[in-house]
Write a protein that binds this ligand. Structure first.
Ligand code: SAH
Length: 348
């Protein structure tokens, strides 16, 4: 206990300290770690939790990431893409639920041309005045800049693993340097940057997880998503073990201690592995939840991993669960855009 208290006071946390903290097993020590992260979260954000409504606009993808259930090679999956009109309709539903951020996520689907997305961004801004997060994958700088100029506020692109070899192994048709080129370009284009990684990937050591945390510290993103890997039966990693919820919570708590005022969601993947772990996430450093508003007939098909929490219920009933979980954590829904605290000039 004494040793953990001393470790937690280190500023900044060294690689060795992080490794030691990630290996905590003792109940009292765990409580101390989560409490320290939660206290810091409350000091920065109070007890408020920001909601971001996510729409999974297409499950069509040209990539073949080994872990992902909507990879191009997955056959037997019904593919869909939402038309701009249907997306706008869903944005309206999110706005009506009192949420001020919409996240547009999809596989890398070239049907959505830069121009189409630009028009969609402009329409969302004019009609609904929402903050917009894009999570559409890898594009050239000119495209990122074009969408930023059209009004998109934030871009979410996880680096997935900061280990070059592991990244290359899991992403046979992607390039590690290209991923980081994108992250730099997203920032250069003026977005609030979201990134992050997965825990429990096959072949990932604890040392690699520590380096993922240090990579985040260096990147200083405005938002960071950290979720456990979940094996999908129709992928090359079908037989791999899933990530561990407790380990994910530890990584989340350490991310809070390192990143300070970065927005940290408690992820749907974590909730999928263990029901109500959202409550634990809110006690371990998270201050954001991303409720899923993808229309029901499509939501079932956005199977990046199986049995995604909330994918078999309506957005309203999923929202009910989330509201109850926020209450159970002793927190409340914070109104407003929830822009980055790192960017005081943020506008929407
Ligand atoms: N094409 C976009 C969106 C990817 S899906 C992009 O490249 O950014 C969003 C996130 O889901 C990914 O970044 C990844 O971290 C996560 N994900 C995908 N498959 C997963 C799996 N099997 N288990 C856990 N998380 C997964």
């Amino acid at each position: 206990m004494q040793e953990i208290t001393t470790l937690l006071r280190q500023e900044p946390l060294t690689e060795n300290a992080l490794l030691r903290l990630l290996e905590i097993r003792d109940e009292k020590d765990l409580e101390l770690l989560f409490d320290t992260a939660d206290r810091l979260t409350r000091r920065i954000f109070g007890r408020g939790v920001y909601l971001r409504g996510i729409i999974e606009i297409s499950n069509i993808c040209r990539r073949n990431c080994d872990y992902c259930g909507i990879r191009a090679a997955t056959s037997g999956l019904i593919r869909y893409r939402m038309q701009p009109e249907a997306i706008l309709q869903t944005v309206k539903t999110i706005r009506k639920a009192g949420i001020r951020t919409v996240v547009l996520q999809s596989g890398e689907d070239p049907w959505y041309t830069p121009e189409l997305i630009e028009n969609l961004i402009r329409a969302i801004k004019t009609k609904h005045r929402m903050a917009i997060t894009l999570s559409l994958g890898e594009y050239p700088f000119a495209v990122y800049r074009r969408w930023r100029e059209a009004g998109a506020d934030r871009y979410l692109l996880k680096f997935e693993s900061s280990d070059r070899d592991l990244y290359q192994k899991l992403h046979p048709d992607c390039d590690f340097d290209e991923r980081w080129r994108c992250l730099r370009d997203i920032r250069r284009a003026g977005y609030q940057l979201g990134s992050g990684f997965m825990t429990g990937l096959p072949g990932q050591s604890t040392e690699m997880l520590v380096r993922d945390l240090l990579a985040l510290a260096k990147l200083e993103p405005d938002m960071a998503g950290i979720g456990p890997f979940i094996p999908h039966p129709d992928t090359p990693l079908c037989n791999a073990a899933a990530g561990n919820p407790l380990q994910t919570l530890k990584v989340l708590a350490l991310a809070r201690l390192i990143l300070k005022n970065t927005h940290l969601p408690t992820t749907t993947a974590l909730e999928t592995l263990e029901h109500d772990s959202r409550i634990r996430g809110l006690h371990a450093g998270a201050n954001v939840i991303m409720p899923n508003f993808t229309p029901e007939n499509f939501k079932r098909l956005y199977t990046i991993y199986p049995h995604k929490a909330g994918s078999d219920s309506s957005a309203e009933s999923a929202m009910k669960t989330i509201k109850a979980q926020i209450r159970a954590a002793g927190k409340y829904i914070r109104k407003g855009y929830g822009h980055s605290l790192k960017e005081p000039a943020a506008k929407s």
